[in-house]
Design a protein around this ligand. Structure first.
Ligand SMILES: [Zn+2]
Length: 110
């Protein structure tokens, strides 16, 4: 086990920071092991990169869907409608991927 700094974001996601010190057992070998322990925690008021990225994508989806909704209300079918729909699908997939990554990171605690 080895000690690392940890940063906790406003969204409760975290990331490992600087390596601090070996535990007693690893100290003799001078190597670091895979097991991470918290040396010091820093809390940040901002959200993590993943959550920020997800927020941006969600906004894009929201705006795009608004546009699509407006067209539907006006009974308009512009050429860009398909493009808009394809974009939303792509963003949804991106969002799912980010969510899956975040979930697995939370499960593994690191
Ligand atoms: Zn987050």
């Amino acid at each position: 086990m080895c000690f690392y700094d940890q940063t906790i974001y406003a969204c409760n996601d975290f990331k490992w920071g600087r390596f601090r010190t070996h535990c007693a057992k690893e100290y003799r070998t001078g190597e670091t092991c895979g097991m991470k322990l918290i040396y010091q925690t820093t809390r940040l008021a901002e959200r993590c990169t993943t959550c920020k990225k997800m927020e941006v994508i969600k906004n894009k989806i929201y705006r795009s869907q608004e546009k699509i909704g407006r067209w539907a209300a006006e009974n308009a079918f512009p050429v860009s409608l398909d493009l808009e729909r394809t974009s939303v699908m792509g963003w949804r997939m991106e969002l799912e991927q980010l969510e899956a990554n975040r979930a697995s990171r939370r499960r593994n605690f690191g």
